[in-house]
Ligand binder design. Structure first.
Ligand code: PEP
Ligand code: MN
Length: 337
């Protein structure tokens, strides 16, 4: 339930109302706007007498939130959230660009790619240290050594780093070493992990599950938010459909859907969505044209010999070409890149 208060409601009357609601065992989240205040009620609101609430002299309007996600709901927070990562952000006027290899392979590899993607205009460096591979016999990543190499690449380039976490026991280390903690598609419903990440204040990149509906994806965001961490960036990375030509089916329509349903920023990963390097450019362009708040692109200096996902990786030169076209497209939708 959302209660929109009248402008200029006095502080004391607001406190009295909040006290009354909290006495019913509910949690009240306040969103203070420039000319309105919203109280978001979380919990079992069936005990709230809506009619009585509506006649309260400081109440403008009362709305029930039908959807199961509350804190992630745009009704709860009408203004789009801007997620800050140091001096950069997602959800504002500038489109965030995360680029880098699927996996961190060596210091030379990650530093070389970091420098190249930075020169082309990337604002974040990605690299998997722990890889959730379909086969246990495939390259599993360098582990904590990979995080160490990412740290070196960050020092060399100034690019904040994005890397995927696999389990709860990694949280402390990731909080310390990683700027944006990525939750991969396979872990989107690892609720224990989501709750632990909810206790941190790190920005979380929450990828859409392989077969998750938009609502299930937002419920995963809700798990993180319910523990207090509202710094969430959603990432559409393709879903499983009957189509086998592409690795997944990129659901571009998820971008406007998320923007309507939620205040959280949403970015697109065309690399995992398509699985083919030659499709990454057109799909990244489509994502920016559809008003995505960012993109995540796998870039490798030697895709043929990449230890994972070489097929869908583009070269730094192709990435540079992509960035040039995205400068034009972002301008057409009122953004900068
Ligand atoms: C990744 O980004 O490295 C990755 C494994 O992606 P996803 O979780 O979307 O498959
Ligand atoms: Mn990959």
């Amino acid at each position: 339930m959302v209660i929109v208060l009248k402008p200029h409601a006095s502080k004391q009357r607001i406190e009295e109302l909040v006290y009354e609601i909290e006495n019913e065992g509910l949690t009240v989240e306040r969103v203070v706007g420039s000319d309105f205040t919203i109280l978001g009620l979380v919990g079992d609101t069936s005990t709230i007498n809506i009619d009585r609430m509506k006649v309260n002299e400081i109440v403008h309007k009362v709305m029930r939130i039908q959807e199961p996600f509350k804190r992630a709901n745009r009704l709860f927070h009408p203004k789009s959230s801007v997620i800050k990562v140091g001096d950069r952000e997602f959800g504002g006027g500038k489109i965030g660009v995360i680029a880098g290899p699927c996996s961190v392979e060596s210091e030379e590899q990650i530093v070389t790619i970091a420098k190249k993607v930075k020169a082309a205009g990337a604002t974040f460096l990605r690299g998997g240290a722990f890889k959730p591979r379909t086969s246990p016999y495939s390259f599993q990543g360098l582990g904590y050594e990979g995080l160490e190499l990412l740290r070196i690449a960050r020092e060399e380039t100034g690019l904040p780093i994005v890397s995927e976490i696999l389990s709860e026991n990694m949280v402390d280390r990731f909080v310390r070493d990683v700027d944006i903690i990525q939750v991969g598609a396979r872990n989107m419903q690892n609720f224990m992990l989501l709750k632990e990440l909810g206790k941190t204040r790190n920005p979380i990149l929450l990828k859409r599950g392989l077969s998750a509906t938009i609502e299930e994806w937002l419920m995963s965001a809700e798990y993180i938010m319910s523990e207090g961490n509202t710094n969430i960036i959603l990432c559409e990375r393709g879903i499983r459909t009957f189509e086998k030509y592409t690795r997944n089916t990129l659901d571009i329509s998820a971008v406007p859907a998320i923007k309507r349903m939620s205040h959280l920023p949403v970015i697109v990963d065309p690399s995992h969505a398509t699985g083919m390097g030659w499709m990454v450019m057109p799909m990244a362009r489509a994502a920016v044209a559809a008003d995505a708040d960012g993109i995540m692109i796998e870039v490798h200096n030697d895709p043929e010999h990449a230890l994972s996902d070489g097929n869908q990786s583009i070269t730094p030169e192709e990435f540079n070409e992509l960035m040039n076209s995205l400068r034009i497209i972002s301008g057409a939708v009122g953004r900068r890149i």
